[in-house]
Design a protein around this ligand. Structure first.
Ligand SMILES: [Fe+2]
Ligand SMILES: [Fe+2]
Length: 341
């Protein structure tokens, strides 16, 4: 299901409020609220990057409310997916620290976490800037949940085996979130830069894009370090996770569109994709997401997966073994440019 399909219809925000559980009451305004002067300064030094997008310059009155609202919905969904990345990468950092992984892995991961904090802020601020009329129900915030089970605990009586299991867990998480998720986000952000007709969504997409290029690369570099240190059982579990993750990404990225639907139809990502020349505030259609997804898997991701010893074609052929989970206990794997569920 695409983000737009899930967007509450005009006038139904009251219904969204009714469905808001205890988990989802924190709204986006609280997430980006000011705290203390000193924390603001530390945060700015660490997280803000020049040139910080000029949110003040956005001309609300220039665009119809329906367009701003639809764009704000995609940006706030993106903000929550980015928040999910902070949650996931900090958990992976914790697991790799317990597994006594090399500091170079932790150093690179530490940068990923600050980058994702920046992305949460950029995406939440642009959503709030574009749609100042949005109430707390529209901007309600989910508690982040990782699309995998928690890391195994260290058994002090069997540290070698515990560390092996932790490396296996971290490999599956990095495969899903970085090698797949981040590498998929990159061309989606490239497309957002191209289709955006306003300088603010373009500046926000460009800033995030610079980081995501690094994140996808980190995924494959980390796998090159971790995979050779796995045993056959953990390697098989990683290959199985690849099939499960591909099935999840296909569902969360492509909605109802499948690769067969795109055969023979050119999907062009260009500044003039709208035949009526309507403005675009940083949104892509389900078809555009799907076209980017399938092309990126084939051209960029599968060769890299083969290089780290995985079999992407087998995983792709077997992805039908992993239907959408009936329970909503765990979200499915999704790229940062899509809502997590
Ligand atoms: Fe991100
Ligand atoms: Fe990222």
């Amino acid at each position: 299901m695409s983000d737009l399909e899930k967007e509450p219809a005009n006038g139904s925000v009251g219904a969204a409020r009714e469905h808001a559980t205890k988990e989802t009451v924190a709204d986006a305004r609280r997430i980006v609220a000011a705290t203390t002067k000193k924390l603001a300064s530390m945060h700015k030094n660490q997280v803000h990057r020049d040139p910080w997008p000029d949110f003040e310059a956005f001309e609300v009155a220039r665009y119809p409310v329906a367009l701003r609202r639809a764009a704000a919905w995609q940006w706030i969904s993106r903000a929550q997916a980015e928040h999910g990345s902070v949650h996931q990468f900090s958990a992976v950092t914790h697991a790799l620290t317990e597994a006594r992984a090399p500091m170079e892995l932790l150093g690179a991961l530490a940068r990923l976490i600050t980058d994702e904090v920046r992305h949460v802020e950029v995406c939440a601020r642009i959503a709030l800037t574009m749609y100042p009329e949005g109430n707390d129900a529209f901007f309600q915030w989910r508690t982040p949940r990782a699309p995998w089970s928690d890391a195994p605990r260290i058994d002090p009586n069997d540290r070698e085996a515990s560390e092996l299991r932790l490396r296996g867990w971290a490999s599956r998480a990095i495969l899903t979130a970085c090698a797949l998720g981040e590498t998929l986000s990159e061309p989606m952000l490239e497309a957002l830069v191209v289709v955006s007709t306003d300088p603010l969504p373009r500046a926000c997409s460009e800033q995030i894009l610079k980081d995501e290029r690094f994140h996808g690369r980190f995924g494959f570099e980390a796998l090159a370090v971790l995979v050779p240190a796995l045993d056959e059982t953990e390697k098989n579990a990683l290959q199985e996770q690849l099939g499960r993750a591909l099935a999840g990404f296909e569902r969360t990225t492509c909605g109802k569109t499948r690769v067969e639907d795109l055969v023979g139809h050119e999907v062009e990502i260009a500044p003039s994709t709208d035949p009526e020349g309507r403005p675009n505030l940083g949104t892509l259609s389900e078809r555009e997401f799907a076209a980017i997804f399938y092309a990126t898997l084939e051209q960029r991701i599968f060769p890299e997966l083969e290089a780290v010893g995985l079999d992407p074609m087998r995983a792709w052929a077997e992805r039908g073994k992993y239907p959408a989970p009936a329970s909503k206990q765990r979200p499915e794997a999704s790229a940062e440019t899509r809502a997590a569920e």
